[in-house]
Ligand binder design. Structure first.
Ligand code: AMP
Ligand code: MG
Length: 413
């Protein structure tokens, strides 16, 4: 960490990621910084659980039949026909006491298996003649067949969902099964978004020939929301050192500050300089990646910041690689790593080694594994290519060539 002098700390992708991971672990451990709010289960998808969800009774609460058929003692049925003494539907309570030898109960999926029965034989495997049920043919009958015992899935008091878990479909269902209609979740962290650049105009304005629409503020807001944050988009900052300092100072009450543009070596790139004057500490000022090489990460007093390169694809990639994991930690999410997965390459890839590449690519999901192929691009400003892509093919720093059929890592945004 350097402060007070112009730093140059350029790290490999892995090293830079480990620096972010270390800070994210600190943020995650500092639970005092997070507020908790309660949300209705209907509005909880995507939020992060602040407390574990606990089973309020055994699951299943009774020995559950998992097939339509006949509940009986397996040894009895192996020996011969059984008298059918009743019928049990899901949601119906059995009141006739324990099953006696020679008896069976017709039972439906989801019903509570009566005491005394140790298996449910499927209706497809039996014949019923004059109130007596017997096996339709030779068949092994195991004890416990087609029954989930009470408490086999979870016991009263067990943690069914740990705190720190992002709520998805399974968590919604599991919470409801525990009787939870309102979930305690962490408040969304506030993220300042500051785009810098004299050439930028808003999407609602008509750009002059030499002007560029400010897409980064919008794409970053979308990425921040997707990572569980509350975006606060600030007005565009002009390429002026004093204006940049002022804007950073105003934004630094947020949990995290994201700047875009102005981090390269140009005469009018003031972001690093402004941060330095304000007394920032820098963890790194570049990473050996493409796109996104000039990415900056540091801390200004208690506020973390990223200076993301202004080229729109660089902005999205560096957010996904570095800012998203830190942001997820601010949100209390315990699994914050970038969204990497594996895919098989469909077309040879050749690059110059020395930088970890994140190449816009089209990833197709398949049951037997994903496939990936590059999309053509004109470099990191090519938003049309980004729209053709749905992820990035990763080529590590030391690799020059990836052959057809090789398995590679892909980054999903
Ligand atoms: P910079 O990082 O400021 O040198 O900008 C690099 C390139 O990205 C330039 O072509 C800029 O016009 C473009 N750019 C910078 N900021 C934005 C933005 N907010 N939205 C779209 N393009 C941008
Ligand atoms: Mg600029």
């Amino acid at each position: 960490m350097v402060s007070g002098e112009s730093p140059s700390i350029v790290l490999s992708y892995e090293h830079a990621a480990s620096v972010v991971r270390r800070q994210a672990a600190r943020v995650l451990a500092d639970a005092a910084t997070r507020n908790v709010e309660r949300v209705a289960i209907e509005a909880a998808t995507g939020r992060v659980l602040a407390e574990p969800v606990i089973a309020d009774r055994d699951q299943p609460p009774f020995a559950r039949a998992t097939r339509d058929g006949f509940a009986c003692r397996s040894a009895d049925l192996r020996a011969g026909g059984l008298r059918v003494v009743g019928q049990l539907r899901a949601g119906e309570a059995w009141t006739l006491g324990a099953l006696r030898p020679g008896e069976a109960v017709e039972i439906m999926t989801g019903a509570a298996v009566p005491p005394g029965a140790d298996c449910v034989v499927m209706v497809e495997h039996v014949v019923v003649v004059e109130g007596h049920v017997s096996l339709a043919g030779p068949r092994d009958l195991a004890q416990g067949e087609n029954i989930v015992p009470a408490g086999a899935e979870a016991r009263l008091g067990d943690v069914v969902i740990p705190a720190g878990r992002r709520v998805g479909v399974a968590e919604i269902a599991a919470a409801v099964a525990c009787g939870v209609a309102e979930l305690p979740v962490f408040a969304r962290p506030h993220v300042a978004i500051l785009a810098t650049g004299d050439e930028l105009v808003d999407v609602k304005e008509v750009p002059l020939a030499h002007q560029i629409r400010n897409s980064n503020s919008y794409s970053l807001a979308a990425q921040v929301s997707a990572a569980g944050g509350e975006p606060e988009v600030f007005p565009v900052v002009r390429d002026d050192e004093a204006a940049t300092e002022r804007a950073i100072r105003e934004a630094s009450s947020c949990d995290l500050v994201l700047l875009t543009g102005g981090v390269s070596m140009g005469k009018f790139d003031f972001v690093e300089q402004a941060l330095l004057v304000l007394g920032a500490e820098f963890f790194f000022t570049g990473a050996r990646i493409q796109p996104g090489k000039p990415v900056v990460f540091g801390k200004l007093a208690d506020t973390y910041f990223f200076g993301l390169p202004g080229n729109p694809i660089s902005t999205m990639v560096t957010f996904a690689l570095f800012a998203a994991p830190l942001l997820r930690a601010f949100g209390g999410e315990s699994e914050g790593e970038p969204r990497f997965r594996m895919a098989r390459v469909e077309e040879e890839v050749q690059v110059k080694p020395g930088l970890t590449r994140f190449l816009p690519a089209r990833i197709e999901s398949h049951f037997r594994g994903a496939r990936v192929r590059r999309v053509g691009w004109q470099g990191s400003g090519d938003l049309a290519a980004a729209a053709r892509a749905n992820g990035f093919l990763v080529v590590p720093e030391t690799v020059e060539r990836v052959a057809v059929g090789e398995i590679v890592t892909v980054l999903e945004i």
